[in-house]
Design a protein around this ligand. Structure first.
Ligand SMILES: CC(C)(COP(=O)(O)OP(=O)(O)OC[C@H]1O[C@@H](n2cnc3c(N)ncnc32)[C@H](O)[C@@H]1OP(=O)(O)O)[C@@H](O)C(=O)NCCC(=O)NCCS
Length: 190
């Protein structure tokens, strides 16, 4: 199973993706905003992540979509739907893009396809996400995608790469929020 957008293919990881993953995730500008990515980040870290993501995908426990830029046949980021709870109809999302490719609308394009997958194919009713309060790009992205900020948690998460403790914004996207946000996003891109 893979998803396709105008510029991207969103697919399961492959062992050969490790170089592209290292290029993106070894940059502190990326990892400082995340809780799970160590620094320094090398081949064995990427191989571990790829194997773990394939295992979870096969077990239907979570889907890490590797974001492949069609024009360069290169993986420029990852968008994950993890912690799927069938009982609650919820999951948690996280994503990053290689800094060379920021601000070109790639995560917006990827999220439209992956959110559709989460709500229509997985039949979820809510996506959760948390963002460090000072992470402008990610807070902007969440608002754009229709996520509602539901609260703030003080000193709640630690960046694995920097060791710094962060306050976080807590976001939720209901299926009905997504329907509205999607209409606006698609209208703007026309
Ligand atoms: C967050 C991240 C994934 C955004 O990826 P991207 O492909 O550059 O995002 P897009 O180009 O689709 O932009 C999405 C929105 O965010 C805004 N945005 C992007 N970077 C921004 C920045 N540095 N400051 C303010 N807004 C920003 C864009 O303007 C856009 O909104 P607009 O269309 O209304 O202008 C990327 O910055 C990243 O990988 N950051 C490091 C890792 C990270 O923070 N992950 C999320 C952890 S919660």
């Amino acid at each position: 199973m893979e998803l396709e957008t105008q510029r991207l293919i969103l697919r399961k990881g492959k062992r050969g993706d490790w170089k592209d993953i290292v290029e993106g995730a070894s940059d502190l500008n990326v990892s400082k905003n995340m809780t799970t990515v160590p620094h320094p980040y090398g081949k064995s870290d990427a191989e571990w992540f790829i194997n773990d993501s394939i295992k979870k995908w096969n077990q239907k426990k979570g889907y890490s979509f590797f974001i492949e830029l069609k024009s360069e046949k290169k993986v420029i980021g990852v968008m994950t739907i993890g912690g799927i709870s069938e009982t609650n109809g919820t999951a948690t999302t996280g994503s990053w893009v290689n800094k060379k490719y920021w601000k070109k609308g790639y995560i917006t394009e990827a999220k439209i396809a992956v959110n559709d997958f989460a709500f229509n194919m997985l039949k979820l009713r809510r996506l959760n996400s948390t963002v460090f309060t000072e992470n402008k790009a990610s807070n902007a992205t969440q608002s754009k995608m229709g996520y509602k900020m539901e609260g703030m948690s003080r000193k709640a998460q630690r960046s694995k790469s920097t060791g710094k403790i962060h306050d976080i914004n807590i976001y939720g996207l209901l299926k009905e929020d997504w329907k509205k946000a999607r209409k606006n996003l698609v209208r703007k891109s026309k």
